[in-house]
Design a protein around this ligand. Sequence first.
Ligand SMILES: *[C@@H]1O[C@H](CO)[C@@H](O)[C@H](O)[C@H]1NC(C)=O
Ligand SMILES: *[C@@H]1O[C@H](CO)[C@@H](O)[C@H](O)[C@H]1NC(C)=O
Ligand SMILES: *[C@@H]1O[C@H](CO)[C@@H](O)[C@H](O)[C@H]1NC(C)=O
Ligand SMILES: *[C@@H]1O[C@H](CO)[C@@H](O)[C@H](O)[C@H]1NC(C)=O
Length: 346
Amino acid sequence: MPLLLAISFLRCSLTVTSCSCLTAPMAAALILGWWLVAASWAQQLPRPSLSLHPNQGVSLGDNVTLRCHLPHPAAWVRLYQYQNATYIEQKDNVQDMAEFSLAGIKQVDAVRYQCQYQGLEPAGTSEKSHPVELLVTDHRYPPPGISLIPREYVKMETNITIQCWNQQYGGTIFLHKDGHSAPIQHQEPNGGGTATFTLFGVTPADSGTYRCSYRVGGSYLLSSPLGDNVTLEVIPRPAPPGDNVGPSRNLVAAVSGGCAAAIVIIIVLTVSFLLVAQRRRMQTDERPGATSRSPEAVQFQVSTGDSEGLTYAQLQAVTPSTHPRGSSTTPEPPIIYAEVGTRGPR
Ligand SMILES: *[C@@H]1O[C@H](CO)[C@@H](O)[C@H](O)[C@H]1NC(C)=O
Ligand SMILES: *[C@@H]1O[C@H](CO)[C@@H](O)[C@H](O)[C@H]1NC(C)=O
Ligand SMILES: *[C@@H]1O[C@H](CO)[C@@H](O)[C@H](O)[C@H]1NC(C)=O
Ligand SMILES: *[C@@H]1O[C@H](CO)[C@@H](O)[C@H](O)[C@H]1NC(C)=O
C-alpha cells in the first residue's frame, strides 16, 4: 500500500494543473490496501509470554526453567535465543503452557530468549514473545566495593552519594536496593573503575540497604556477585509543635489562599469598573450631545509629574472633520479634547 500511495503522489505531482488521481481510483486503492494489511495482521496470532524460573540470582551451573504461556492451543511451541533463527527446542501439541529446562547453565546460555507457537484453532504462526533475559552470576568475578557519603544517619533533604568500584573489570555498575527486584540505578564506571550514584534530597523512603554489582563487559548477560551492603537511615524531620493536624492545616491554607486570590480579583475588577465609569461620566460631561464618532485624539505620554503632583503637557489643536465635505458653515474654533490622568505625588 505505501507503494500505491507513493505512485499516486508521484502522478499527482506530475499533473500540475489538476490532481485528478485523488479521486475514486485512489480511494479504492486506499481501502484495498488497508483491508489487505488488516487481513495479514489477523492471520498473525497473538504473541505468547515467556517467563523464567527462578528469575533472579541464577549462577553458573544452576538449572533454570523457561515457561511459554499460550493464548491458544498449539501444534508446536519453540524456544529461541534472541535474534537467532535456529530454535533450541520444540514441544508438540501443547494446550496452554510449554516448559523448557536448561540444566547446568553455562556462560553461553546467559542470553535473551523468546518463544513462538503454531496455532491449531485458529491456524497460523504467532509473533515471537517479548525477549526474556537470563542474567547469570559468575562468581569468578570479585564483588564490587561500596561506600556511603556522608554517613549512615542523615537528615531529610540531604544529598547522598554512594560510590561503587569494580577494580577496572569494566562493564556497567548497578545499584540495588534490598526489596526491589530490579536495580534502581546504573552507570558506566569512570577511568578508575568507580561509579558515583547520587540520591538527591533523600526522604525516609530512601532508608534501606544498598549494594552494587557490575555486568561483565561482552555479549553475554554475566554479572558479578552482589557486593557488601551499606545501610542508609534518613531521620524524619521532627514535627513542629501543634502540627498534629497536618492535612486539615493544609486544607485551611489552601482555602484561605483561594479566598485571598478571589478577594484580590474582586478588588481589581471593582476598581477598574469604577475607573471606567468615572471616565465615561467625565467624557459625557465635557461633550454634551456629542456624536458617537469622536475626532482623532492626539496621544501623548507624560513621564513624570512635578513635585506638586501636577502634570503639564503641550497639546496640539485638531480640527474635527465631522462636517460633510462642501458644506458652507463658518469654521468653528478648534476644540481641544484631552484626557488628563491625575496622580498624587509619590
Ligand atoms: C539440575 O538438573 C539435573 C538433572 O537435569 C540434576 O541432576 C541436578 O541435580 C540439578 N541441579 C541443581 C543444582 O538443581
Ligand atoms: C543459535 O541458536 C542455536 C541453537 O541454540 C545455537 O546452536 C547457535 O550457536 C546460535 N547461534 C548464535 C550465532 O548464537
Ligand atoms: C543537592 O543537589 C542539588 C542539585 O545538585 C543542589 O541544587 C542542592 O543544593 C543540593 N543540596 C544540598 C543540601 O547540598
Ligand atoms: C550488611 O553487611 C553486614 C556486614 O558488613 C552484615 O552483618 C549485615 O547482616 C548485612 N545486612 C544485610 C541487610 O544484609
